[in-house]
Design a protein around this ligand. Structure first.
Ligand code: SF4
Length: 189
């Protein structure tokens, strides 16, 4: 049981080379996790058996930027860590994509202080913003699927000097917040 049953192996397929290349690229994204805080835990659970990132061909987390093409920034980034993030981005192979996961990576979140970067897009190009604090694993999967759609459509803009331009796609939350199971009262006697 396999592809051979659906497509007879003596058939001939014709297509364009760039479609094959895009298909291969989007089916084998290798993420570089830059997890600095609580969002990193959700990122880890996305790769677990329950959410199974492998279904999307993106479960091969690499911890070397030279082997990665999808940077996932998960968590707040301290100003001290910023040069590290930039260096990792620059060392990744082309073409590469960036997901900003969670409120802290995208805006600094509740950490409105001089020590926390108020949005990584001020320093590296971001293609997809994943909302939430933290985003659920399903939301990150949405972000990865958005990157896959970008690759499929070959929507990779460059400026005149060969620098990659960010796509800046903001996802909508894909869940309804549920009410508290029991009423919460503070200071009640
Ligand atoms: S967005 Fe929320 S969950 Fe994610 S790192 Fe910031 S505080 Fe933690």
């Amino acid at each position: 049981m396999g592809l051979e049953t659906a497509i007879p192996t003596d058939s001939v397929l014709t297509t364009q080379l760039n479609r094959i290349i895009n298909w291969a690229r989007r089916s084998s994204l290798w993420p570089m996790p830059f997890a600095t805080a609580c969002c990193g835990i959700e990122l880890m659970s996305t790769a677990s058996s329950r959410y199974d990132l492998a279904r999307f061909g993106a479960e091969v987390m690499r911890f070397s930027p030279r082997q990665s093409d999808l940077l996932i920034v998960a968590g707040r980034v301290a100003v001290k860590m910023l040069p590290v993030l930039q260096r990792i981005y620059m060392q990744m192979c082309e073409p590469k994509w960036v997901i900003s996961m969670g409120a802290c990576a995208s805006t600094g979140g509740v950490f409105d202080t001089y020590a926390v970067v108020q949005g990584v897009d001020q320093f590296i190009p971001v293609d997809v913003y994943v909302p939430g604090c933290p985003p659920r694993p399903e939301m990150l999967l949405e972000g990865i699927m958005a990157v896959q759609r970008i690759i499929d459509e070959e929507n990779i803009p460059y400026d005149g000097e060969g620098h990659r331009l960010p796509l800046e796609i903001a996802l909508q939350p894909n869940y309804e917040p549920r009410p508290q199971p029991a009423e919460v009262s503070i200071g009640a006697t």
